[in-house]
Design a protein around this ligand. Structure first.
Ligand SMILES: [Zn+2]
Length: 125
């Protein structure tokens, strides 16, 4: 199996991560650039990043759940495709809107299970 590594699409096209949510589980830091940190707490992080290839803005929403019994923490992340810095700033204040964003992918990492990725429910098919 060859996992997709990065978006390689030209500027203005649909970011590959939207079509291939598995990219949300990979080394996305390698092919994106951080634009602005919007929330920074020990177990919650929201950051605006941009795809180095196609230029898509992504609001990255990350949450960690500490597992006090086994030590394997769980985490989930949502990448919501946004059109501008202002849209990202507004969205970053609305957890419900992120969780049901129509153009978003998720990466779920259970501490004791198998990592999964996919389109956020309510999103385009
Ligand atoms: Zn892209």
């Amino acid at each position: 199996m060859t996992a997709p590594l990065a978006c390689d699409r030209p500027p203005g096209s649909t970011c590959r991560m939207l079509d291939e949510p598995a990219l949300a589980a990979g080394h996305w830091r390698d092919w994106t650039t951080s634009v602005e940190t919007l929330l920074d707490r020990s177990h919650d992080h929201r950051e605006l990043v941009t795809c180095n290839s196609c230029g898509q803005f992504w609001l990255w929403d990350w949450h960690e759940v500490t597992n006090w019994t086994s030590g394997d923490d769980s985490s989930w992340a949502i990448f919501a495709a946004v059109g501008s810095v202002d849209e990202a700033r507004a969205l970053a204040r609305d957890s419900a809107a992120i969780a049901s964003h129509p153009r978003a992918v998720y990466c779920n990492r259970p501490g004791d299970g198998v990592e999964t990725t996919g389109r956020v429910k309510g999103g385009e098919s």
